[in-house]
Design a protein around this ligand. Structure first.
Ligand code: CP
Length: 310
């Protein structure tokens, strides 16, 4: 097993080889064991300074990266667009170059522009980790989702994974499809045709509009949030109708004679795409995903920092 990543930045799953994904998972296994000890902190990233740049809102990803960085003993600075000079017209490159002039080694960035992380990785002298760029990619979410499936089933290869909901606006869907396929899973998508991007079938996934059929097929279902904030037109008649067709309820699950693992990247619209009793049921691994997110992000930060050191 190679102990170095082949990439210098984590901008997406598209260009991440399967061997890198397995290395991240094996490294995350070690960090998961460490963060469950009474003393959770290790000195691995002492003297490494990391900037978390969030040009879009985040709860889980931001907290998870910050916790991962602190568990690794990195020095951490946080920046959010709402309280920065971006609102005064400063460009993305200028903002980041100013921050890098402060000798920052790694940048974790969430940005509304697709390709923002790749853009920066080519222009600034720092390791870039994409924490979500528009509807393009969210690589650490895909890694933690796939890691959680690996943890639950022992292996990802051959597993049948359904991704359901607002695929059109979802960077999670794109990164999940790429990551799951690289690890040998079969992926099926389900949702309203209006929320299914035209390019999606070129990714080698089947699209099914009948939710019950998809549930009968899959081992795990990843329920995506309806992203109202990215919807400038009405993609379906009403939320009530959406929930009737694509909401995951106990009633739907009870029609199937075996348990299905329920996932959600968060934040959940309870009562819309996911009923509360399903979100809180024993088949849901939503909080395991959150816990695994810290270990997986520790692994990504640690492995990229090894490359910084050379
Ligand atoms: N899953 C996810 O990206 O959540 P946040 O938007 O809260 O970071």
């Amino acid at each position: 097993m190679n102990h170095n990543l082949s990439v210098d930045h984590l901008t997406g799953i598209k260009n991440l080889p399967e061997t890198d994904i397995q290395l991240i998972f094996e490294t995350a296994d070690n960090f998961k064991e460490i963060i469950n000890r009474p003393i959770k902190k290790v000195p691995s990233l002492r003297d490494i300074t990391i900037a978390n740049l969030f040009f879009e809102n985040s709860t889980r990803t931001k907290l998870s990266f910050e916790l991962a960085e602190k568990r690794l003993s990195a020095d951490v600075v946080n920046f959010s667009a709402s309280s920065s000079s971006v609102s005064k017209g400063e460009s993305l490159t200028d903002t980041v170059n100013n921050i890098l002039a402060m000798k920052i080694d790694m940048v974790v960035m969430r940005h509304p522009g697709p390709g923002a992380a790749v853009f920066l990785s080519k222009r600034v002298n720092s390791k870039i980790i994409n924490a979500g760029d528009g509807a393009h990619e969210h690589p650490t979410q895909a890694l933690l989702d796939t890691y959680s499936i690996r943890e639950k089933f022992g292996d990802v290869a051959g597993k049948k994974i359904a991704i359901v909901g607002d695929i059109l606006h979802s960077r999670v869907a794109v990164s999940d499809i790429l990551c799951l396929q690289k690890c040998g899973a079969q992926v099926k998508l389900c949702g309203p045709k209006t929320l299914m991007p035209k390019f999606i079938t070129s990714m080698g996934v089947e699209v099914e509009t009948d939710f019950q059929k998809v549930l009968e097929w899959c081992d795990a279902v990843n329920m995506l949030r309806v992203q109202h904030e990215r919807q400038d037109i009405n993609y379906f008649p009403s939320l009530r109708e959406y929930t009737m067709q694509y909401g995951l309820t106990k009633e739907r699950l009870n029609k199937i004679d075996r348990p299905i693992v329920v996932m959600h990247p968060g934040p959940i619209n309870r009562g819309v795409e996911l009923a509360s009793d399903v979100a809180d049921s024993e088949n849901a691994i939503i909080l395991n995903q959150v816990e695994n997110g810290v270990a997986v992000r520790m692994a990504v930060l640690y492995l990229l920092a090894q490359k910084t050191a050379r």
